[in-house]
Design a protein around this ligand. Structure first.
Ligand code: UDP
Length: 451
């Protein structure tokens, strides 16, 4: 089959790291298994980022830059500005429509389907108007995404005076506290800016069928960048290191940062900590030593207890290293999947988006995590940090049990992809079945001239 006759799939991820990476992974999975061609459309900055992350370029994955003015990615934006980006992302509609029309004109038929982010519910109308299917891809986990959707649609915490509430559609036993919610949904009343964005996008999505700085690094720099970590990790005992990171766009408040630092130091355990300027400071600005306890960095350098990294670390390499024991994480879904794929249990510190729900399923349903604290208003003491690290590191107690559970999940994740050494796991099969269905429907519809 020549490239021209390949069915074309167009993808539209939201402009944030945690969305771009899973879209690219999905595109790669699809291309590896089928004779489609894929265009991933996004703003120029994000396209540059995506291109820079591809090591093994597949000619059937191409990128389209959608013109966009204003900040192009949530990374480095303070939380208060993210809602503006969400609203302005609606301006992508016209360039996206033009892209679909151009592809249709060039190829003589519309793309097979559009796979768009659940933040871009409007893409389903655009897809429909050019005569193709639209599928929504939610880049979070099923539990967290559905909990988020139900929260935005029902705002159950606003309808009760009780401190605890359940999420409609979820088991009654899964109780949440208001304080565990991210501030956006906690304060939402249905007419605030966040609700005004989320509600229509969710409703439209439900109707559908069914770091820039890194990009500037050369291969050589990435190599050197990695070496430093690997050298440090290689010197540690197996399963002894705590890895601490709050993802690509979140950070914690200044006083919590101090307590976390003191707690880690008190624990005496080796750690790698990706530090970012605390809340309220320019995330792109200089990191100031005064945000950490006096002499902290110096002591860590001398004793070699901790490797403190500014802004960004090669997370997968750290999680996959045999010395890494525990991940203190904000519970972004990518981080969770990466951690569990390597059998690393989690200390949860959820901060934003659907992370509180992710933390719930990890601790209460899967038994691979304990929640240290949640949200940005909650308090946490240095002794609590130390206690939690000790607990998770204790191979004979709870920690050992969590590690065993995490290992079981690691195996399950592997089985979802490979069965008997071949790419035949349940996830791969689900993807094959899905595209089998789309192709059959497309052929039926084109025969009946409904397109
Ligand atoms: N990440 C990384 N190094 C860092 C911080 C983040 O490589 O210092 C990557 C991480 O491996 C993950 C993604 O950025 O793939 C973060 O996605 P996640 O869903 O965990 O959180 P978000 O950043 O969307 O809140």
């Amino acid at each position: 089959q020549s490239m021209d006759h390949r069915y074309h799939i167009v993808m539209l991820p939201f402009m944030a790291h945690g969305h771009l990476t899973p879209f690219l992974a999905l595109a790669t999975q699809i291309i590896n298994r089928s004779k489609f061609s894929i265009t991933i459309a996004d703003t120029p900055l994000n396209v540059r980022y995506l291109r820079s992350t591809i090591t093994d370029h597949n000619p059937h994955i191409t990128f389209a830059e959608l013109p966009f003015s204003g900040p192009e990615n949530t990374e480095n934006l303070p939380p208060s500005k993210i809602v503006d980006l969400l609203h302005s992302s609606r301006n992508l509609e016209q360039p996206f429509r033009r892209l679909l029309c151009d592809i249709t004109a060039k190829e003589g038929r519309p793309p097979l389907c559009v796979i768009s982010d659940w933040f871009f519910g409007w893409a389903s109308d655009v897809a429909k108007s050019i005569g193709t299917f639209n599928f929504t891809f939610a880049t979070g986990g099923a539990y967290g995404t559905l909990a988020s959707i139900s929260m935005w649609l029902h705002l159950p915490h606003q309808c009760t005076d009780s401190a605890e509430f359940a999420i409609p559609g979820f088991p009654e036993r899964c109780r949440f506290l208001r304080s565990q919610l991210n501030p956006q949904v906690r304060e939402a009343d249905g007419s605030d800016p966040w609700s005004r964005f989320m509600l229509p996008q969710i409703s439209l999505s439900l109707k559908s069928h069914g770091p820039p700085s890194l990009s500037k690094r050369s291969g050589k720099e990435v190599g050197l960048f990695l070496e430093k970590y690997l050298e440090w990790l290689d010197k540690q005992r197996p399963e002894s290191v705590v890895y601490v990171s709050f993802g690509s766009q979140n950070t914690i408040g200044a006083s919590r940062m101090m307590k976390l630092a003191r707690g880690l130091e008190k624990s005496g355990k080796p750690f790698v900590w990706v530090v970012r300027p605390p809340l309220g400071f320019d995330v792109k600005g200089e990191f100031r030593s005064e945000w950490l306890p006096e002499g902290f960095e110096e002591r860590m350098r001398k004793t070699k207890q901790g490797l403190i990294v500014r802004n960004w670390a090669p997370q997968l390499e750290i999680l996959s290293h045999k010395s890494t024991a525990v991940f203190l994480s904000h519970c972004g879904w990518n981080s969770i999947m990466e951690s569990l794929s390597w059998g690393v249990p989690i200390v949860a510190w959820p901060l934003a988006a659907e992370q509180a729900y992710n933390s719930k399923i990890l601790s209460e349903e899967m038994g691979v995590s304990l929640e240290l604290t949640g949200g940005n208003e909650s308090s946490v003491g240095e002794d609590e940090v130390k206690k939690m690290v000790d607990l998770e590191m204790d191979g004979n107690g709870k920690g050992g049990k969590m590690r065993t559970e995490a290992f079981v999940i690691k195996e399950q994740i592997g089985d979802a992809i490979r069965m008997e050494g071949q790419l035949k796991g349940s996830s791969v099969k689900a993807l094959d079945d899905f595209f089998g269905f789309v192709l059959t429907r497309t052929e039926e519809l084109s025969k009946s001239n409904l397109f």
